[in-house]
Write a protein that binds this ligand. Structure first.
Ligand code: ADP
Length: 273
């Protein structure tokens, strides 16, 4: 977890707005959002559906351009998918190649680094071991449960030794027990690999449990409503942490912020021209 503020934040979101053109007008998905995320921080982003969480994450990934403002990674403006950044999506079944072995799925992630074969093999084994699947290299994704496939997707993200890992609702499609195991996995990986993690979720308990800081977005238009430090220590435990009165206080604070009334209002086409 974070050791303290650095001069140049890992991710610097500076005055960012994003508007989409829709049939009914311009939709402001995110309005004038600024936030600095320090190297090694684990930041979750929570908010009601449609408040711009995925839009923010896709702009951080360089997959969408802001309409206004700028996002910098280590001081460099992001104008396309940058090296050193990995994304884990919710839909693991579509993010892995089902006909390829786990080994090939992982090796492919590092292909553009042109590493020697031995280094690729070493990394594959290291990353699979890190996610608790040391013996899975020869399996195909369809032979694995949803939770195992999402572990493989995380291992694949680790293959590029990411400085920043962006996760978009990564555990929304798995059962509750698997979800708890995966939450503990990402907390541990964040600490072991030292990556900066931005974790989008609509689950308030999850947002508080995994993070050093919770960014709460509000809708109508999407914007940053609160930036809440999570002072629960670096060791998290599904039972003990959730019984901690500070956890209860934080989840109640975030819940109240998320439940505020909201509305999505498009600027009519004539007015936005
Ligand atoms: P969240 O991830 O918080 O659910 P999104 O970032 O997906 O929110 O969406 C924010 C707003 O932008 C929503 O009102 C959504 O309908 C709209 N939106 C997202 N993507 C597009 C798009 N490609 N075209 C038009 N509107 C979009």
């Amino acid at each position: 977890m974070n050791d303290g503020a650095t001069a140049v934040p890992a991710l610097d979101v500076a005055g960012v707005s994003k508007a989409y053109d829709t049939a009914s007008g311009r939709r402001i998905a995110l309005s004038e959002t600024s936030v600095r995320i320090e190297a090694g921080e684990f930041v979750s982003v929570v908010g009601p559906s449609g408040c711009g969480k995925s839009t923010l994450l896709m702009m951080m990934a360089g997959l969408l351009a802001p309409s206004e403002g700028e996002i910098r990674l280590d001081g460099r403006p992001i104008d396309g998918p940058p090296p050193g950044l990995a994304v884990v999506f919710q839909d693991y079944s579509r993010s892995l190649f089902p006909w390829m072995s786990v080994r090939r799925n992982l090796a492919l992630a590092a292909a553009s680094d042109k590493l020697p074969k031995e280094e690729v093999a070493r990394r594959v084994q290291h990353c699979l071991t890190a996610v608790g699947l040391p013996d899975a290299a020869d399996l195909r994704p369809y032979q694995m449960s949803g939770g195992m496939q999402q572990r493989v997707a995380i291992a694949r993200a680790l293959m590029v030794q990411p400085q920043v890992m962006l996760m978009d609702e990564p555990f929304a499609a798995v059962d509750a027990q698997t979800r708890a195991d995966l939450e503990d996995l990402v907390v541990r990986l964040g600490q072991e690999f030292g990556a900066t993690i931005v974790f989008v979720t609509h689950d308030i308990d999850e947002a508080v449990y995994v993070a050093d800081r919770v960014l709460v977005l509000a809708a109508g238009p999407g914007r940053l409503a609160a930036d809440i430090p999570v002072d629960l220590g670096s060791r998290r435990d599904q039972v003990e942490t959730k019984l901690d009165p500070e956890f209860a206080r934080l989840r109640s604070e975030v819940f109240q912020l998320v439940m505020r009334p909201r509305a999505i209002v498009d600027v009519p086409v004539s007015a936005s021209a």
